[in-house]
Design a protein. Structure first.
Length: 188
């Protein structure tokens, strides 16, 4: 059984069996550190794998005095980099969500303004009495009974005027029917 320094020397001479011996000897310690810090098995495995890939690819360049210490430190730095990367990705996701919400808010505001303008033009098309009844019902939230008393008509007549106004507005707002029903029919 070789010491780590002998294995490192053999590794510098492209000895794959020395690399395998280093891997077998230190993998579990490195994996344990990575798993403890990340809590995710797949991430811990990837971190350890990347460190060993780096060790092999840079075997000529590295001047390692204490292999165990070097590998443990490499794992810690890799975990820190992983956590930093996760934080950056989370900030980016939050930024994307905020942008999406902002864009949706702008679009909603635009759609509501457009709907309001279209609704006002549709209400202007209603006969005067029907228009007044509709406004009392939908904008002032008056009951059919209150409206009937105000106009000295029956509650059935109030229902008729509201039904007629909704039919006219539905045709006028056919492109906005979903939004219209959401805002105005929920008030029934």
């Amino acid at each position: 059984m070789y010491f780590d320094q002998e294995l490192l020397e053999q590794l510098r001479h492209d000895d794959e069996s020395a690399f395998k011996a280093i891997y077998d000897r230190h993998w579990s310690l490195m994996f344990g550190i990575a798993l403890q810090k990340t809590g995710i098995t797949a991430v811990a495995e990837e971190i350890v794998q990347n460190i060993f890939i780096d060790l092999w690819e840079n075997r000529y360049k590295r001047n390692i005095d204490n292999l165990k210490s070097y590998l443990a430190t490499a794992v810690r730095y890799a975990v820190v980099n992983y956590i930093k990367n996760q934080l950056v990705q989370e900030k980016y996701r939050q930024h994307e969500q905020q942008c999406a919400m902002h864009n949706a808010s702008i679009e909603t505001t635009y759609n509501l303004k457009e709907l309001n303008a279209r609704l006002e033009s549709g209400i202007a098309l209603l006969p005067p009495k029907t228009r007044d009844i509709f406004k009392l019902s939908r904008f002032e939230r008056r009951s059919n009974k209150e409206i009937a008393q105000a106009f000295q008509i029956s509650e059935k007549a109030v229902e008729y005027h509201i039904t007629q106004s909704l039919k006219i507005l539905r045709r006028h707002l056919k492109d906005y029917v979903v939004i219209f029903f959401y805002f105005f029919l929920n008030s029934l």
